[in-house]
Write a protein that binds this ligand. Structure first.
Ligand code: C2E
Ligand code: CA
Ligand code: CA
Ligand code: CA
Length: 279
């Protein structure tokens, strides 16, 4: 047993080293990624369930490494957070997304909302209020076209403090959404005080509908809770017509997922947009 124990330790050590190496490599590469212009964003369509209307896009970051190809956010966001690189990267995402939204509006498209993910680290380590204000000013995008997504887990870590920051952001005129809702153990007391407009039901509750009746009950409860608090409710990760129909029947307001569309390059997203009627 002792022998085996030591063997296992060695195995663990090797794996740890490999992972540490990969992390170090990605960390130094990520520092260069912004300068080398290897970062890009995709836009995932969001739909209104009642009338199947396109109502906006969630901006999702991608890293196109010159040798390693596309590196997904799950591989590098946490590194970007640990190193603080998420601050300049997040600012670049915000800037890029707002500029794109403004371009679509200026071209006469009926574009309604750009949703951008905010990391808790950005909120802690930078002046988000000043950044958002500046980006809106630089790009000329009216604040009501921007929505910021903050995860439930992060909000609840320091709810008191975050509520103040969120109130300031909202006073700018941007909308706020609670991301990955249902996974972060919100206290109901805080939830009713959160200055937010929307709950995004986490994909983990949607994926097993209709096989998992517990998930269906939770989804139903979240929609009712959101509506009682006068919030819009969006379901993430909708992959089938059946899930979409179930959500619509429950009165869920909005949905996003592969059933509607994968995240798209700007040019592809643009093909989904309609021109505003001339007024
Ligand atoms: P998220 O904010 O929950 O974003 C939704 C994720 O689900 C995206 O993964 C999206 O591509 C994926 N997705 C959408 N519909 C479906 C579906 O029907 N089925 C499945 N299986 N997946 C679906 P992605 O793009 O890999 O992003 C992963 C996470 O990385 C995001 O989760 C978010 O937490 C983070 N992230 C992405 N872009 C940014 C960013 O600009 N800033 C920050 N701070 N985090 C970001
Ligand atoms: Ca999100
Ligand atoms: Ca999410
Ligand atoms: Ca499940």
């Amino acid at each position: 047993a002792k022998e085996q124990g030591r063997g296992m330790f060695q195995f663990y050590d090797v794996r740890l080293t490999e992972r540490a190496k990969e992390r170090l490599f990605l960390e130094s590469e990520l520092r260069e990624a912004l300068v080398r212009e290897e970062l890009l964003v995709h836009y995932q369509p969001q739909y209104s369930l009642a009338d199947d209307r396109l109502i906006g896009a969630e901006v999702l970051l991608r890293w196109h490494h010159s040798e390693h190809g596309i590196i997904p956010p799950d591989k590098f966001i946490s590194i970007a957070e640990d190193t603080g690189l998420i601050v300049p990267i997040g600012e670049w995402v915000l800037q890029t997304a707002c500029r794109q939204a403004k371009t679509w509006l200026a071209a006469g498209y009926d574009f309604q909302r750009m949703a951008v993910n905010l990391s808790g680290v950005q909120i802690e380590r930078s002046d988000m209020l000043a950044t958002v204000r500046q980006v809106l000013k630089d790009t000329g995008l009216p604040a009501n076209y921007l929505e910021l997504e903050i995860t439930e887990t992060y909000i609840m870590q320091q709810a008191q403090q975050n509520i103040r920051i969120m109130e300031d952001l909202r006073a700018l005129g941007v909308a706020l959404a609670v991301d990955d809702f249902g996974t972060g153990q919100s206290s109901l007391g805080y939830l009713k005080r959160l200055p937010v407009d929307k709950l995004k039901i986490d994909r983990s509750f949607i994926m097993d509908i209709p096989q998992d009746s517990n998930d269906m009950a939770i989804t139903r409860a979240i929609i009712a809770l959101g509506h009682n608090l006068h919030l819009t409710v969006l379901a993430e990760g909708v992959e089938t017509a059946e899930q979409s129909a179930f959500l619509k029947e429950l009165g869920c307001d909005e949905a996003q997922g592969y059933y509607y569309s994968r995240p798209l390059e700007a040019a592809s997203y643009e093909r989904f947009l309609k021109k505003r009627p001339a007024s």
